[in-house]
Design a protein around this ligand. Structure first.
Ligand code: MN
Length: 134
């Protein structure tokens, strides 16, 4: 069976290593983009079942990258979870307004991390099953 493949968009290598470790430990396959622009480029050739999106990124921030991914018919079905230290009031709403399907704040709560990923993935799966086949 094919492993669920997660794109980690993160410019901080320590955060990236931690997220990659947690995901691979849970049986997910991962790949890495260090900016919003790189994420969009990679999605043209690589399959992703889920995106974990940092918001403060070089070249193109996570809000903009999310909007682009969600407005492209080729990639709009991919669920996106914002993963960010932006925990000011309104940041959560701004991430969801940009099209994110979920939101996790740093530093991470490990239980919530796993739970949110499972929820967002199963919701996306249900949506694909009931939606029109494009
Ligand atoms: Mn960052």
């Amino acid at each position: 069976m094919q492993k669920t493949k997660v794109l980690i968009v993160e410019d901080n290598i320590d955060n990236y290593e931690l997220v990659r470790f947690l995901l691979e430990h849970s049986g997910y396959e991962t790949f890495w983009a260090h900016s919003g622009r790189e994420a969009i480029t990679m999605l043209k050739t690589e399959r992703a079942d889920l995106i974990l999106m940092d918001l403060s990124l070089p070249e193109m921030d996570g809000w903009t990258a999310t909007e682009r991914i969600k407005s492209d018919p080729q990639t709009k079905h991919i669920p996106i979870i914002a993963l960010t230290a932006h925990t000011l009031p309104g940041d959560r709403k701004r991430a969801l307004d940009a099209g994110c399907d979920g939101y996790l704040s740093k530093p991470m709560n490990l239980e919530l991390f796993a739970e949110t990923i499972e929820q967002v993935l199963s919701k996306a799966k249900r949506k694909r099953k009931s939606g029109p086949i494009l």
